[in-house]
Structure formats: structure tokens, C-alpha cells
Design a protein around this ligand. Structure first.
Ligand code: ZN
Ligand code: ZN
Length: 116
């Protein structure tokens, strides 16, 4: 009698464990296609190019020109992630500090200084 009950309990536990295991497997299997799809998308040439461009952009120095103040007349020349040289920026708080500038901004600032 007690043996039967133990067997029944063991069966129940085994069944519960099997169901949990199956549920886990099902869950993983339902996630898997999403991972595969992501990996697939990430490997497409167009997407790879976008990712690489984003990585390059992250590595590049941003232009910290404050265009609207420094050269309002040429406010849209900025290559925002193409800073190539350092320019001077005067801040009342920090004094004269070097800021990275892109080439068009540097030119626009120089032109404005020359004109003004
Ligand atoms: Zn600028
Ligand atoms: Zn700029």
C-alpha cells in the first residue's frame, strides 16, 4: 500500500519535472527563432553596414562647436561627427578650453572672425 503511494508520488514528481522540463524546452524553442532572426538580420550586408557605420560614428569625435553661437550664419555646415581639429572655446566658467571642431565649422568660425 505504502509502496504504491510512494510510487504514485514518484510518478507525480517525475511527471511534474517532465512538464517543467518540457515547458522550459518549449520556451527556449519559442525564443530560438527570434534569436535566429536577429542573427540573420545582423548578418545581412545592409544591416552590417549600418552597424559598422554606427560603430565608426561612436569612435569618431563629435564636433563641439556650438554652431548657433559661434557662426550663426553658417549654422548647417557642421559635420557633427567629423571633428578633426581642436579649436578654442571661451567659457566664462572654464576659461579658454580646447574643443574638437569639424573642418567646416573651423572654417566658418575663421571666416566670421575675419569678417567681424
Ligand atoms: Zn559649428
Ligand atoms: Zn562642426
Amino acid at each position: 500500500m505504502s509502496d504504491d503511494r510512494n510510487t504514485a508520488l514518484a510518478d507525480t514528481l517525475a511527471e511534474a519535472g517532465r512538464r517543467v522540463g518540457q515547458a522550459m524546452t518549449d520556451a527556449l524553442e519559442s525564443i530560438q527563432p527570434a534569436f535566429d532572426a536577429l542573427a540573420d538580420v545582423a548578418n545581412r550586408p545592409g544591416v552590417r553596414a549600418v552597424i559598422e557605420r554606427a560603430q565608426q560614428a561612436i569612435r569618431r569625435r563629435p564636433c563641439l562647436c556650438f554652431c548657433l553661437r559661434a557662426h550663426p550664419a553658417d549654422g548647417d555646415v557642421c559635420e557633427m561627427l567629423g571633428a578633426v581639429i581642436s579649436g578654442q572655446y571661451h567659457s566664462d566658467l572654464l576659461g579658454d578650453i580646447d574643443v574638437p571642431l569639424c573642418a567646416p565649422c573651423a572654417a566658418a568660425r575663421a571666416a566670421r572672425e575675419f569678417a567681424g
